[in-house]
Ligand binder design. Structure first.
Ligand SMILES: Cc1ncc(COP(=O)(O)O)c(C=O)c1O
Length: 353
């Protein structure tokens, strides 16, 4: 990625083609039915572009099913774009519930699009996307089913056909381990082909983006050349690790080591084991007067170990990610450091809850 290539270099054009094709392969679909549309920017840009592109400017209504910060972000995207939107909310420490969604779709309101997050990274919950997709299509066959799979694609199973997904979004810098700079949308060709002129913005238009890419294999506007070169390398590393199976296995091992070690230290998880994924784990603050999250965070940071604050409203917790170029040994290093930091903070182990 430290080389400069021109947006229209033959090498870069080959890189774009390789990436678009490889993502479809990882998604388990072919270009007969689906297109991979890379979009400059972060994951949110591609989610925004998806809503903007697949819904007409006038008269459309979306249903956003949410149980956390990234579901709520899709609601904000609709609000900002002027898309009428209803929201079906669930507790942040629970999965979304297919039966409730079934009820919501049985009413008189017609939804042009129903959206849900696969791995709700704000808590770590994995939502039952296949059940939701089947309910959407049985209740409302012409509704578009959109899935934010930003933090799960490449490492958590998601069968597009079985889940009746029309559009899903992910980004370069999550389970595929690229660097930030672009995101991508995988969308059904028959849907995208109908979306000319829908977008309310010039840049976040997936129709124009894909048509230009299909025709010339070039981006409409300056592409993130360095991020894409890095991503090509990431995809080769993904293959070398055994593809989906290898990546998913390592992340599950990371999570198992973390889980066992945190349990020994006395930490309690926010989520029930059955609904927790292996992307990120949320831990409740221990009930110890000496525990101060920022102090805990900074002390770990000084040891080059970066964790995340909690993102669940009303519940004090912090999060530990297990994706990226992290291995079980890194989890052991982290656990040892947590033990040392707790001792330095005069917090006895096992911590109190
Ligand atoms: C599930 C999910 N959706 C959306 C986003 C937003 O992505 P970005 O920060 O790249 O815009 C994230 C980021 O972590 C995420 O995990």
């Amino acid at each position: 990625m430290l080389r400069d290539v021109g947006s229209r270099d033959t090498e870069f054009i080959a890189c774009i083609k390789f990436i678009r094709q490889k993502i479809l392969e990882i998604a388990g679909v072919t270009n007969k039915k689906f297109s991979c549309i890379p979009m400059q920017g972060s994951g949110t840009f591609a989610v925004d572009a998806s809503f903007q592109t697949v819904l007409p400017k006038e008269g459309a209504r979306a249903l956003v099913i949410e149980n956390g910060a990234y579901g709520k972000r899709m609601v904000k995207i609709c609000e900002a774009a002027g898309i009428a939107c209803d929201v079906q909310s669930f507790r942040e420490d629970r999965q979304v519930e297919p039966e409730v969604i079934d009820d919501a779709l049985s009413g008189r309101t017609h939804y042009d699009l129903v959206a849900v997050v696969h791995s709700e990274t704000s808590s770590g919950v994995i939502n039952p996307v296949t059940e939701v997709g089947n309910i959407v299509k049985s209740r409302s066959p012409d509704s578009i089913f959109l899935v934010d799979a930003i933090s799960s694609f490449g490492a958590v199973p998601l069968d597009l056909e079985a889940s009746k997904i029309d559009v899903f979004i992910s980004s370069a810098n999550k389970c595929l381990q690229g660097v930030p700079g672009f995101a991508f949308v995988v969308a059904r060709n028959e849907l995208i082909d109908k979306c000319k002129g829908n977008s309310r913005t010039l840049s976040l238009d997936l129709y124009d983006q894909v048509k230009q890419l299909d025709k010339t294999s070039q981006f409409r506007f300056t592409p993130p050349t360095h991020s894409m070169l890095a991503f090509k390398q990431s995809l080769e590393e993904f293959e070398a690790e055994g593809g989906f199976a290898g990546r998913s296995k390592r992340y599950q091992e990371n999570r198992a080591v973390l889980r066992q070690g945190m349990r020994e230290l006395g930490f309690k998880e926010l989520l029930d084991e059955k609904i927790a994924g292996y992307i990120i784990s949320s831990y409740l603050y221990p009930k110890d007067p000496n525990f101060d999250f920022m102090d805990f965070y900074n002390r770990l940071n000084e040891k080059d170990l970066v964790i995340y604050p909690g993102k669940v409203l009303d519940i004090d917790c912090f999060r530990i990610g297990t994706i990226g170029d992290l291995h079980p040994e890194d989890m052991r290093i982290l656990l040892k450091a947590i033990r040392e930091v707790l001792a330095d903070m005069n917090i006895s182990v096992p911590v109190k809850n």
